[in-house]
Design a protein around this ligand. Structure first.
Ligand SMILES: [Zn+2]
Length: 370
């Protein structure tokens, strides 16, 4: 009998990303915009002369550094028993998606690990320059301040910038996570998150204004993503505080239609048309055997036609939640699971938890109506 802990998290991944490889047991995926950027760089690099090729090598080395940075987060998270679902590479950086929210003390070290990796890369390259190229310590410092055309010097300086930028004490940077975990010792976790999120939005606006005034549009671009990330973290924290202590049953849909495993795809489509429901539990007698969502239904209609049985196209590996599970714990499960989970007491189906209903519930909670 599945318990809330066993409520399976389906690893759908971030849409628009392609699997590439696995590093230390962590799947690494590239967002399609990142793939486009790589293709662009390779084309530019092959067509250009020496200096262009060096530019391209530099950018690729920086992305490799970002990947190592994310792997740093993932490996320290693993030490605390937090699994990394995937690392996704975007053109402006990487994201390590963790299976659960780490506790403040864990988060402190997980967040520190990324910038540490970049500091180590910088140190290793500087050591190489000092001992094998025989440059003086003063020259090494100048190297970092104004990296010349040398590829190694630029990679060292780039990693230093990556480490320092990520240590800015604002969401969504690692420094924001470090700030939150330290603040959480003195105040509540929600309060700490709000402060780090506000710092992030402030930083983004300041960065955007500076970029605008000095016509550095790349900075404006980065500021936009920083703002988005900070707002998202704040939203997620608000969601957690609004749902904490509430059971799953308080937000579930209680009136819904079900299908029988003997129903055809045509009958399911008819039911979808007549109701506002998008996801249908499929029953065999009294027991639930699957969940049919809108996309699978549409796919079955296109591929197999209306006379196929829903049993052949439904999802048998659906997410079950216990009615007494804390809603705050169900949020990350829902974020990873897709639009609908079934609320079950043992084998008995009690209700559905859908994303739509969840956001309505959050709205009511915000206005104090629940
Ligand atoms: Zn990081």
């Amino acid at each position: 009998m599945p318990t809330p802990e066993q409520a399976r998290v389906r690893e759908a991944g971030i849409p628009g990303s392609v699997s590439a490889f696995t590093a230390f047991g962590v799947p690494v995926r590239f967002h399609f915009t990142f793939v486009l950027l790589l293709i662009f760089l390779v084309v530019v690099g092959l067509g250009g002369r020496g200096s262009v090729l060096l530019d391209v090598l530099f950018v690729i080395a920086l992305f490799a550094s970002v990947l190592l940075h994310e792997l740093g987060h993932a490996l320290v998270a693993r030490r605390y028993g937090v699994r990394t679902l995937e690392i996704v590479m975007f053109p402006i950086g990487g994201v390590a998606r963790l299976a659960r929210n780490p506790r403040p003390r864990e988060e402190l070290w997980i967040a520190c690990a990324g910038p540490c990796v970049n500091f180590v890369i910088t140190t290793v390259i500087l050591a190489y320059l000092l001992f094998f190229r025989g440059i003086s310590p003063l020259e090494a410092r100048l190297t970092l301040a104004a990296a010349g055309s040398d590829l190694f010097e630029r990679i060292a300086a780039g990693n230093l910038v990556l480490a320092l930028f990520n240590l800015l004490p604002a969401f969504p940077m690692d420094g924001g996570r470090i700030l939150r975990s330290v603040l959480a010792i003195y105040t509540s976790e929600q309060q700490a998150t709000q402060i780090a999120s506000r710092a992030g939005r402030f930083l983004a606006v300041a960065m955007g204004l500076y970029g605008l005034l000095t016509m550095q549009y790349m900075l404006l671009f980065i500021a936009f993503f920083v703002y988005l990330g900070a707002a998202q973290e704040g939203e997620a924290a608000l969601g957690r505080s609004l749902t904490h202590g509430m059971p799953v049953r308080s937000a579930m849909v209680r009136q819904f239609h079900t299908l029988s495993h003997g129903n055809t795809v045509r009958e399911a489509a008819q039911l979808m048309l007549e109701t506002t429901q998008h996801d249908f539990p499929v029953l065999h007698g009294d027991s639930v055997v699957g969940l049919l969502d809108r996309n699978s239904l549409l796919r079955a209609m296109a591929m197999e036609g209306g006379e196929a049985y829903v049993a052949g196209t439904m999802n048998r590996d659906f997410v079950r939640l216990s009615p007494d599970m804390d809603l705050a714990e169900a949020l990350p499960v829902m974020a990873n699971a897709g639009p609908c989970a079934l609320v079950m007491d043992g084998d008995r189906l009690l209700g559905l938890l859908t994303r739509e209903n969840l956001s309505e519930f959050l709205l009511l909670r915000r206005f104090g109506l629940r």
